[in-house]
Structure formats: C-alpha cells, structure tokens
Ligand binder design. Structure first.
Ligand code: EPS
Length: 383
C-alpha cells in the first residue's frame, strides 16, 4: 500500500489518498474517530484543540461500509480555517497579517525558508506543523482495522515525560490498554502524578517538554520482515517513527539501554510452548524483532520526542528581513504533546506492519488475506 497526504495546518482541510487496501474490509468510522479524538487529548495540549473536533470524512473507495479495492480518499476539516481564510485561501489577496520573519530554533522555519526560497516563514511551518498528524492517524486506523482481522492489535502509551519515568509492566496488557483512559496515557499511576506536575512547571516557566511515546503490537506472527536492508522490519518501523514530528530517536524494545549491557543481560532465551505449539521467549528485551524479522513476541517501539520548539519565552534568533538579533516568534502551541505522539506513532507503525503483512500474504481482498494468514499460522505449528 502507499499513501500521499496533503494540507496546511490552517488551510481548508487535511486529506490523504491510500492505495492498496484489500477489498471487502469493513470500515468502522467510529474506530477512526476514536483514535482521532485520542490524538487530540492529553495533558499539556494547547488552545488549538479547543477549536478542532477532528472527524473523518470518506470521499472514495468505500461502498456500503466496505472497501472496494479502489483508492480511499480521506478528509479532515480544519475548523480553524475560518479564522485564517484571508491569508490561507489559495487565491487570497496578499497581506502580511501573521507573517513570520523570526525563525524558531528547532522548528523547520529557517531550513524551509532557505530551501524553498520563501519570504514568509509561515509558508514552511504550515506544512511541517504537527496538525498533519491528524490525517496520518486516520490512515493508520484503516491499516489497524485490516490487521485486526488477522489478529494483530496495537496499544499506545507514554513511559516518560521530561525526567519523569514510568514503571511499565509490559506483560500486563490490560494495564497498558487502560492507560488510554488517563490524561497522559501513562500505565503507571504514580508516575502520572509526577508527569502532570512537571508539565505544570513547564507551563509556569513558559517552557515545553518532550518524553517517550511507546507502541506495543500484539499478535503479529513470526516471519514478518526480511533479511534485506530496506525490508528489515525494525528499519522500516524506525523510518516510520522518525518521520513523526519531534521524534529524534527510536528504539525497538530496550534498544538504547541494551547498548550498555553484556550479551547475557540482553538476548531473549528460547523455550517451546507445547500447548500453543510456539517458540517463546523468557524475556522480550529485543522488542520482538531479530535480524530484521518478527519473532512472534510482542513488538515494542519506543519513540523519543524532543520538547516542542515553540515556547512562550522564545529563544535567541534573527529577523531574516533585517538580519538583526531578536527573539524567536511565539505561535500558539502545545506545552507537551507526547501522549498525542504515541497515537501518531501507533498509526505510523500500523501502516508499516500492514505493508509487511501484505507483502508476505498478498491481499486483493480480505478473504484471500485472512486465508493466507490462517494457513501460515497452521504451518508455524508444524515447525
Ligand atoms: C503546531 C502548532 C499548534 C499545534 C499544532 C502543531 O497549532 P496552532 O498554531 O494552530 O495553535 O496545536 O498541532 C495541531 C494543530 C494538532 O492538531 O495537533 C506546530 O507548529 O507544529
């Protein structure tokens, strides 16, 4: 499958066209809208979320509630467009209202200004804004619906905000699932309290915070991915994760901590489960992928998010028109969006997992896809 998405943060709407989703997939709009709503929530979000109420509109590729094999067109309206039409409509008459000339360190402003030869930094920040992630979540939700039918489930949560780290029990899927009900999607209630306090402090100091957003995937069969460098599952998940705004590092399982340990403290030892007829591991420190191929354990992806670059107090910068030293411009912004990022990373990796599944199992239609997955699961029990 592939998709292309478009839309400016304060433009008319966000949209995407997805190609290659098998025919016959039942589209549960409420599931897509649930994930859109989850992405909009989270302690530390900014004023924009009070304006938007993201809701999916499907313009093509679905009839009587099911996909028909043709490209699926998705749209999410930007409510805020109403307040920006005079400068964001494609043929608006020129005015320098809200023109930006003082780039924010850490944002795309300056690099985009140089690359695309614009005069107004708004031309660059509009597309790179994390508003884009709303449509990505909708694409990921459709991928998830398809994978759900093959027994694959996705869970997103937050394991750190700034210096506050959560104690996560990866074996307790219920605890991880329930974390979606609290304000930061954190499975550790004690850490949640401290996380909120540290966000309050950032608000007080006109600063911002990042954190660690995680995704756990259960039910993925062993054998997804490949030896080949660009087909390796971990490489593809890393690409998807790093493409999410403000994510600056990624690990599969304990990838980062493992670099500082002995091998005996890292590798996941193997046993055979005679009941389920599966090869299992005593631990899952490698996050379910070995040699670029899934091993049947839960796949765990950790995304490390830097603090949002837009801060009320600003940072030293220059005015690109005058070259005079100045302070970066303040645009309304979130203080911490790590919980939102966990929903976005979930969507980004769902797309990659579905692609890897379709490569292995084929799938012009859902019945073919599911039959091939089931046959393979039976085969695995004979090994
Ligand atoms: C963003 C700036 C803010 C965020 C936005 C990402 O937008 P605005 O300037 O309209 O207040 O709220 O994120 C979203 C709109 C969203 O839906 O996640 C940025 O500069 O990246």
């Amino acid at each position: 499958i592939s998709y292309l998405d478009a839309g400016e943060s304060h433009g008319n709407s966000l949209c995407a066209i997805i190609d290659g989703i098998p025919a016959g997939l039942e589209i549960d709009e409420s599931f897509i809208n649930h994930l859109l709503c989850l992405r909009q929530s989270g302690y530390g979000r900014g004023g924009r979320q009070k304006i938007e109420k993201d809701k999916i509109e499907i313009l093509s590729g679905v009839r009587f509630g099911k996909t028909i094999g043709s490209p699926i067109t998705l749209k999410i309206k930007n409510n805020d467009y109403e307040n920006w039409q005079d400068i964001m409509a494609p043929f608006a008459t020129y005015t320098n209202r809200k023109q930006i000339t003082k780039p924010r360190p850490g944002h795309v402003d300056l690099a985009g200004y140089l690359k695309y030869n614009r005069n107004d930094l708004r031309d660059c920040l509009e597309r790179s804004s994390a508003r884009q992630t709303a449509i990505r979540v909708a694409v990921g939700a459709i991928c998830e619906l398809c994978l759900k039918e093959a027994g694959v489930e996705f869970y997103n949560f937050v394991s750190a905000i700034g210096k506050v780290k959560a104690n996560v029990n990866y074996a307790n899927l219920d605890e991880i699932k329930n974390s979606a009900n609290n304000e930061l999607f954190c499975p550790d209630k004690n850490a949640l309290y401290e996380m909120k306090k540290t966000i309050d402090k950032a608000i007080e100091n006109s600063d911002s915070l990042g954190g660690v957003a995680e995704v756990l995937i259960s039910g993925a069969v062993a054998g997804i991915g490949s030896y080949k460098w660009d087909k390796k599952l971990d490489a593809r998940l890393a690409l998807a994760t790093m493409s999410v705004q403000a994510i600056k590092a990624v690990s599969i399982g304990d990838g980062i901590e493992n670099a500082f340990k002995y091998s005996s403290e890292v590798q996941d030892e193997i046993y055979y489960d005679f009941n389920s007829k599966e090869y299992r591991r005593y631990t899952n420190r490698l996050g379910g992928i070995e040699g670029g191929i899934s091993n049947g354990e839960n796949i765990v992806i950790k995304a490390f998010m830097k603090p949002i670059p837009t801060t009320r107090k600003g940072l030293r910068s220059i005015d690109v028109k005058t070259k005079e030293t100045s302070v970066s411009v303040y645009e309304r912004s979130d203080v911490c969006a790590t919980s939102a990022a966990s929903v976005v990373v979930r969507a980004a990796v769902a797309y990659e997992i579905l692609n890897a599944y379709l490569e292995k199992f084929g799938g012009d239609c859902m019945s073919e896809f599911k039959r091939n997955v089931e046959n393979y699961k039976e085969y695995l029990k004979t090994k």
